[in-house]
Design a binder for this molecule. Structure first.
Ligand code: IMP
Length: 503
């Protein structure tokens, strides 16, 4: 029996989600656990997510299909659940990529009641961000927000509509008439530019007079429907009927702090990507989950797009730089290589260095991820509504560091305000992060400093072999947050994985 099977003995339904702002290296663990599972389900989000799967040392980035797709040929079923939003072009493109790599997706199931992303929602997502200016969310521009907004506003189309031509035509017409009104206030040349982008079929859906060409959209969506037809099922029923009979893995997307219900609202995605949203989007309830593992990076964090990030290295400058739409992996490397010793001591530059070391660039958008130290007040907050069983990833990234800083509390430096029915005053110490974007932005991190371990972790086979400096930090985190540290990852390879018995 493999160690993974031993670790999961007695578990039938396992959920893996991120306890930060996403991008914590979930792919490696979903892949590890997919070997154990019979059914792998995604329940939230859409092609705003991106995960890397590795085949023969080659990386394949997928956005919608669950990471367990590599095991399709072994009969494992991958499910894109009812809580997701699907842009059929993006999904068909991913399927084409799988065909090209000779990877089977015969057992892939798509929920008939997942919501459809429409061209109008993508245009609205991108145009609306231009209105928000400096306070923009930094969305991925994939139409995710408007798709969920339309669902709650009772305007959505579902995947099932792709299979019913008559309904599809009238529903699309209704959507386009409504969106045309909403888009009236925008500059027509902005809308034309957006409509001409590759993601929107390079202008195929565009009509100069009406913005949208209903007939082209209808024809194209019917075509997608034909392609996806064999994969469309009642997946809620399928997953429920297999509870406690098969081993089910729920694969999270994004992270708790980006959840529309629990995150740093309004700087969030539009789905509830916590464990409860994930369970619902997979067709089951949270109580059906036997084990819920949360992932954080050790000992740093990243965030993509706008929103408060108290420990961000370089603060406001880093936020502006990462969101200016110009910086990328190549330009950053040139910038850092050309920086003087003095410049490199600057926090902003340290943030760039951490991004380069951790390869922290978006899989979906290529954007630089904002970087900062691990923030325990945020972790204490997510543990209030989530399991504190933890996987710690990417520990190898900080192996060269002289000093590691961990934020253990904040000092509030804003004007007096109420939160949770209590008055907060300037200078007050806060140990659990307040989930109010304005208040959180006025929180200054307080740090505990630690010596770095300054050696490679490659030869550490288990927890007891880890350097003492590193173990000190782990003990500090578990003491401060009551986290139950279960797995440590010291590199992308499976062999760089240790199960912790006693921290
Ligand atoms: P949306 O999900 O495209 O609406 O974007 C809303 C916010 O969530 C933006 O700040 C995005 O950068 C962020 N976001 C969405 N998906 C991901 C992800 O997979 N990883 C990290 N951030 C994400």
């Amino acid at each position: 029996m493999s160690y993974t099977h031993l670790f999961l003995s007695g578990v039938n339904t396992l959920a893996v989600t991120c306890r930060q702002f996403g991008d914590t290296g979930k792919g490696k663990f979903v892949d590890l656990f997919a070997e154990w599972a019979d059914i792998i389900v995604r329940g939230t989000g859409g092609d705003n997510a991106g995960h890397t799967i590795c085949i023969d040392d080659k990386e394949l980035v997928v956005h919608l299909v669950p990471s367990g797709i590599l095991y399709d040929s072994l009969g494992k079923v991958n499910v894109i659940g009812s809580g997701t939003v699907i842009y059929p072009k993006a999904l068909c493109k991913e399927l084409a990529l799988l065909r090209q790599k000779n990877l089977s997706y015969d057992n892939l199931m798509i929920a008939h009641n997942a919501k459809l992303i429409l061209p109008s929602q993508i245009v609205y997502d991108r145009a609306f961000e231009t209105l928000l200016g400096k306070s923009k969310i930094g969305s991925t521009g994939k139409g995710i927000g408007p798709a969920y907004t339309d669902f709650v506003g009772r305007q959505s189309l579902t995947i099932n509509d792709l299979l019913n031509p008559n309904f599809l035509h009238s529903k699309l017409e209704k959507d386009l008439n409504y969106k045309k009104l909403l888009l009236k206030k925008y500059d027509p040349s902005l809308l034309e530019d957006i409509m001409n982008c590759d993601h929107l079929e390079s202008g195929l859906f565009y009509d100069q007079k009406d913005i949208f060409n209903l007939d082209e959209i209808y024809e194209r969506y019917l075509f997608y429907g034909e392609e996806l037809k064999p994969l469309i099922h009642d997946t809620d029923k399928f997953v429920r009927s297999n509870l406690r009979k098969k081993k089910i893995l729920l694969e999270g997307a994004q992270g708790d702090l980006l959840s529309v219900e629990k995150g740093t609202y309004p700087y969030v995605t539009s789905s509830d990507c916590t464990i409860s949203g994930l369970a619902k989007g997979a067709g089951i309830s949270e109580g059906d989950i036997d084990m819920s593992l949360g992932i954080i990076k050790g000992f740093y964090m990243t965030r993509v797009g706008g929103g408060p990030f108290p420990t961000e290295l370089g603060g406001r400058d880093s936020d502006d730089w990462c969101n200016n739409g110009k910086a990328n992996k190549i330009s950053e490397k040139l910038f850092y290589d050309g920086a003087s010793k003095e410049d490199r001591d600057d926090e902003f530059c340290q943030g760039v260095a951490l991004r380069i070391a951790g390869n922290e660039y978006g899989k979906t958008t290529g954007r630089p991820r904002r970087t900062g130290w691990l923030d325990l007040p945020l972790l204490r907050y997510v543990f209030e509504f989530n399991s504190s069983d933890l996987i710690l990833t990417k520990l190898d990234i900080l192996s060269e560091y002289e000093e590691i800083k961990i934020c253990f509390a904040y000092q509030y430096q804003g004007s007096e305000c109420y939160y949770g029915g209590k008055l907060i005053k300037s200078g007050e110490i806060i140990r659990v992060a307040p989930m109010d974007a304005g208040i959180l932005s006025a929180c200054e991190p307080m740090y505990q400093r630690f010596h770095g371990w300054k050696k490679s972790l490659d030869d550490c086979a288990n927890y007891h072999n880890l350097p003492e400096e590193l173990k000190d930090i782990l003990r500090f985190i578990t003491r401060e947050t009551k986290a139950n540290l279960m797995i440590i990852s010291t590199g992308p390879d499976r062999k760089n994985t240790m199960f912790v018995d006693n921290c």
